[in-house]
Design a protein around this ligand. Structure first.
Ligand code: 6GU
Length: 235
């Protein structure tokens, strides 16, 4: 409760319910309770100007799908920017830069960020031209809305904020953190239905265990993601 807030995330979206569980449960919920991160979800319908609270309209030039209008998005985001300075306004969209670990690390060190989740066919281009500083996609597939992508990004960033993970080491050993996939893990029992834990892990020789884990990580990365190795030449 008494920790200082390191990162504030404002999520602007059309379907806030999608984000409830991510923001309130597990590690992200605990980080918020500890006061390490501050997460606010804003419903674009609250910024609609008509009494039907509509926030989207048909596209100029015709075609299928609805486009989120400028007015509610500008009103919400400019209202936030009047209260504090934001380092980034990030639009979640399948045609954005594909999210990778390095970007999550960078964003975890920001002070205030806004995440804008699109919906339907996306937002009016003028929102992107004027308000947005960065566009991110969470992978090469299409979701029905950006809310789940915003939830994924929030989870990935928050766990990297210093103090959020209990064991300070654990984020450093993750897949991707050192450019390699993670080594295999085992817990008790040492023999489960005849499937034995590798002897090396029971040996108590920590130098050899560290070497074994590194070798395993390297082998797995070579097999599954050789593209990661070409970026750091295998060590
Ligand atoms: Cl950020 N949004 C949507 N709607 N679909 C996606 C995505 C984002 N990233 C991958 N697919």
């Amino acid at each position: 409760m008494s920790e200082t807030v390191r990162l504030r995330i404002d999520i602007v979206c059309a379907v806030p319910k999608t984000l409830d569980s991510v923001v309130t449960t597990s590690i992200v919920g605990r980080a918020r309770e500890k006061g390490l991160v501050d997460i606010h979800v804003h419903n674009l319908h609250d910024y609609a100007t008509d009494r039907f609270r509509h926030i989207d309209d048909t596209p100029y030039g015709g075609g299928a799908g609805m486009i989120l209008e400028c007015e509610p998005i500008f009103s919400c985001i400019e209202g936030l920017q009047a209260q504090r300075t934001y380092d980034d306004v990030i639009y979640l969209t399948p045609d954005g830069e594909r999210l990778a670990n390095a970007r999550c690390v960078e964003l975890s060190m920001r002070r205030n960020i806004i995440l804008l989740a699109g919906h339907y066919k996306g937002v009016d281009q003028r929102v992107r031209d004027v308000l947005v500083t960065r566009e991110l996609s969470i992978g090469d597939y299409v979701l029905t809305g950006g809310e789940l992508a915003a939830a994924v990004l929030t989870d990935a960033i928050v766990r990297l904020v210093p103090g959020v993970l209990g064991d300070a080491e654990s984020a450093l050993d993750d897949s991707f953190m050192n450019g390699l996939l993670d080594a295999p893990h085992y817990t008790k029992p040492a023999d489960f239905r005849g499937h034995r834990v590798p002897d090396i892990l029971l040996s108590g020789n920590h130098a050899r265990i560290r070497q074994w884990r590194h070798d395993q990580a390297l082998t797995k990365t070579r097999e599954r993601r050789p593209d990661l190795l070409s970026e750091n030449d295998g060590q």
